[in-house]
Design a binder for this molecule. Structure first.
Ligand code: TA6
Length: 301
């Protein structure tokens, strides 16, 4: 696996636009800088960590207490949940949200696009360690286009001889002025599983989603754009998606934040997760040779 900074920069670097470096001693990241925005992505998990459109507040939230240690998930950014969402269906000792977000990925492409945007793509490095709970032949790639918007394409391929069912999500932490003062539109009347009270009966969303307590919901089916309306930052963040019928909305609130310990002092006030997923009944069956694209576009209005 190529983590040599010099080699990465010589093969994939683009002068002043795509630069690889290490942080916290040995954590390899890539920094992107173009006319539209700056961004940063860790090689571990192909974990998108920051996106700051020029002249905007950061759109993606990163915890002040996030740790950048090999094999440990990063609190914030856009964790890639794959090949399952939440707990593994039969073996709860396996990592929640799968292994992709803590595994090493390799860079496969970088390109300066004509609309002054930057493309960068990664592939998950499959190895024996990855096969605990996932005895299948598969390939996972992710492509980011950082421009006026942020476009992401998570592509799962079945490269084996047997069908498999895959769950995934872009577990995106959005930065907000104060979660108590925002609303999420686009989920009105949708049914949802409420994980806070054990997801027994489906509930129905009445009006926009507001936050005054721990919120952990899987809206299903939900295919419309979601819009985070944030009067404090005087902006709206639009979340468009394709090939996903489940949307997860999460804020840990006070007690859970304290238990989790890595959201920072009152960090829960500054973030909300709106996750475009294939979760619960929305998991995807792939026959040999088939592929699935989970696609999102984030834009600021
Ligand atoms: O997507 C919401 C959720 O499943 C919550 O239940 C909470 O566990 C959150 O993900 C964070 O999970 P993590 O494994 O990153 O701590």
């Amino acid at each position: 696996m190529n983590t040599d900074i010099t080699e990465l920069n010589s093969h994939f670097g683009i002068e002043d636009q795509v630069v690889f470096k290490t942080i916290h001693d040995d954590f390899v990241i890539v920094e992107i800088n173009n006319v539209h925005a700056t961004a940063s992505i860790a090689l571990q998990g192909a974990h998108f960590m920051s996106w700051v459109p020029k002249g905007e507040e950061p759109v993606i939230w990163m915890s002040q207490e996030a740790s950048f240690k090999s094999g440990k998930s990063i609190r914030g950014g856009i964790p890639v949940c794959w090949p399952w969402f939440g707990d593994h269906s039969t073996n709860s000792s396996l990592p929640a949200h799968g292994f992709a977000r803590t595994a090493l990925w390799e860079v496969i492409q970088t390109e300066a696009l004509k609309e002054d945007a930057t493309l960068i793509a990664f592939r998950l490095i499959q190895n024996d360690a990855n096969h605990d709970g996932w005895p299948y032949s598969s390939e996972l790639e992710i492509l980011f286009i950082i421009g006026e918007s942020l476009r992401i394409d998570l592509v799962t391929r079945n490269t084996g001889e047997s069908a498999f069912t895959v769950g995934d999500a872009l577990h995106t932490y959005f930065s907000v002025s104060d979660v108590r003062n925002i609303t999420i539109n686009g989920l009105e009347d949708c049914l949802y599983l409420d994980k806070v009270d054990g997801s027994v009966e489906k509930k129905q969303q009445i009006g926009a989603v507001r936050f005054d307590q721990e919120t952990d919901r899987i809206y299903l089916p939900s295919t419309d754009d979601c819009v985070i309306d944030d009067p404090g930052f005087k902006r709206r963040i639009r979340i468009s998606k394709l090939n996903s019928e489940s949307t997860v909305v999460w804020n840990p609130w006070i007690e859970k934040s304290i238990k989790m310990g890595d959201l920072g002092q009152d960090g829960y006030l500054d973030m909300v997760c709106v996750e475009s997923a294939n979760a619960a009944d929305d998991v995807v069956l792939l026959a040999p040779g088939e592929k699935h694209h989970l696609w999102v576009c984030y834009s600021v209005e």
